[in-house]
Design a binder for this molecule. Sequence first.
Ligand code: SF4
Length: 408
Amino acid sequence: MNDADAARIAQGLSAMGFQPTHQAERADLVILLTCVVRQSAEDKVVGRLSSLKSLKRQHPHALITVMGCFVDDEQALSARFPYVDAFFKPSDIEGLLQFVRHSLPAAPHYQTHPIAQAVCAYVPISYGCDHHCTYCIVRLRRGKQRSRPLPEIVAEVRSLVQRGVREVTLLGQNVDAYGQDLPPGAPDLADVLLALHEIEGLWRIRFLTSHPADMSLKIIKTVASSSKICPHFELPVQSGDDEILRRMGRRYTVAQYRELVRTIREHIPGCSIATDVIVGFPGESEAQFQATYDLLASLRFDTVHIAKYSPRPGTPATRLPDDVPPEEKERRRALLEKLQIQIATEINAALLGKRVEVLVEKYHRGRWKGRTPTDKLVFFEDTTDRRGQLVTIAITHSGPWSLLGKVV
Ligand code: SF4
């Protein structure tokens, strides 16, 4: 979501004549896009804000703004960080651009500086979330779910394709709950996917992140039926224990999750599935952790994002004692990581000698970089300009995180 916001902000600012710089001390405008999903992310925001304080002292004319999930009580934040010129809620891009227009009118010497369009783009199709996961601060900061109207999404994707985009990733906190906040009979995610499938020049469609309780057979069958919709699911499980899932407020059981994975794999053989796991949730016993370990070992996901639980202020889970010690959380995280490296190594090794289709995104450190429909990262060397092309690659090396190959 923050990447999507950043791309939109960059477009808006470049249309006003701004140019990006990587050195904050050279900037007229600094925008900090923030995340507070875990304590470590919030600590990073506070650290970065502290370093911007001296920048403001040296360059008082520079505007410093903060946007994203860090922004809760603006008054309290202004009192705590008086050198910040303005705070904006997550995805309040129009508010930010208006503020900049008002406070920093583009000087006559600024030239409109269009940003080169990437091959892949993020398109938020819904904002906010109607679930009540007890550990989650995101829903408190991003509010209730608001789905964008389908014609607006289609128009945006058409315009991206005209500018050279070949792959879009549809975004939502629960992308598969798209439309549930709209009047009855409104389109759902499957309808969005089918509408985008019709756009000529668009080659690939992805979507993330899916809530297991909102994933429907209609969506699964739609993915199975379209060559453009990538056979990849981001499906956070969070725990392999029913009691922990209940306390997390996740609204599914381990058996239901297993059945969902089975259904997806039955309808879309060869698809890839990524998941998220939290270790050290309050009260998580060794046996409950072991259940998560066993679930990952048996379902063999392509990717697992592992997080150590950290209490987030204002969330219901903070009423439970954070009783798994930090070193034990780290031990559990490391065990899952070791297991997943082994699984991902085996899954990717099965691609050795096979041919895969890669959409080439960019040239990176002497190699071209792209992804397969199943979201595998592939690198290859080639002297021709391959950016934005679909290339068939024969895989010659594999590792847990990426593949290497040669153009066929
Ligand atoms: Fe948070 Fe749960 Fe909503 Fe995801 S589904 S944003 S974890 S409340």
